[in-house]
Design a binder for this molecule. Structure first.
Ligand SMILES: [Zn+2]
Length: 263
């Protein structure tokens, strides 16, 4: 049977096609049940199995009000970490949903390399909760951009996926064109703290067409993981230079070295 462009599918045929499609989907669900993003055990619908969920380490106060690094004891309200005092970042405050550990790394990797885009809404909800004070005062979200070549290879930017999830939680707009990655940098993995800073030096800028979205605005940088903070620091520098009123940082997971967080 040949089908012309304006051929209307008879309702019965359409119903049969829909039923076949539903059957196929059901069959695929049996073959491919949703898996836990961390341990690959089958789960009912959500991204993590109960066991992995219970091992996630959510970050709550007490933490350094500037860097968001969790304290191992409560030093009292408003106390900053040694890092924040000795080497203040270009951004105002950073908050993370969870500590970077085995489970959160698995979630980040699944989102980044495993095409588990279905995890983004859940991760975005947790970030929004951790950053609710920051989001309440913000004008727009700025995902940390990938270099176009890396984005092309990976097909999407995981930070933009998280920013989209935070946008739908908070109602804030995304200023996607506010920041541009102008230098393709090596992966930060395996580099020392000073190597990381050197690696991302000059890698970001506010393009001419992005300036209106930055000037006088309170912005929230969004990234998946905060390790040394070098990447968000140079991003914040670029936004500050372009006249941002305030720059805060929200990430999904942060490296929290308890040995270095006590004052
Ligand atoms: Zn699991």
């Amino acid at each position: 049977m040949s089908v012309s462009a304006n051929f209307a599918v008879p309702p019965r045929l359409k119903q049969a096609a829909d039923a076949a499609h539903a059957l196929l989907r059901a069959a695929l669900d049996v073959v491919l049940p949703p898996l836990c993003a961390a341990c690959r055990e089958p789960v009912d619908g959500s991204g993590l199995c109960p066991s992995c969920w219970s091992k996630l380490s959510f970050i709550t106060r007490p933490y350094c009000e500037r860097l968001g690094i969790p304290f191992t004891y409560d030093p009292g309200p408003g106390i900053l970490s040694m890092e924040a005092i000795a080497d203040p970042p270009a951004y105002n405050r950073a908050r993370a949903a969870v500590r970077f550990d085995e489970i959160s790394r698995a979630l980040v990797h699944a989102l980044k390399y495993g095409d588990r885009l279905d995890l983004a809404p859940m991760m975005g909800r947790w970030i929004s909760h951790a950053g609710r004070e920051i989001l309440a005062e913000a004008d727009a979200l700025v995902p940390v951009p990938l270099h176009w070549r890396r984005q092309w290879a990976r097909r999407f930017n995981q930070s933009a996926m998280l920013a989209a999830a935070i946008a739908s939680e908070s109602g804030l707009p995304i200023a996607a064109g506010a920041l541009k990655r102008v230098k393709a940098t090596a992966q930060q993995v395996g580099l020392s703290r000073s190597e990381r800073a050197g690696n991302v030096q000059g890698a970001f800028k506010v393009p001419e067409e992005g300036k209106a979205a930055v000037l006088g605005r309170r912005l929230v940088l969004v990234d998946d993981v905060l390790t040394s903070g070098a990447t968000v620091d140079v991003c914040a520098r670029a936004l500050n230079r372009a006249g941002a009123a305030n720059v805060d940082v929200l990430v999904f997971a942060r490296v929290a070295d308890p040995a270095r967080t006590s004052i």
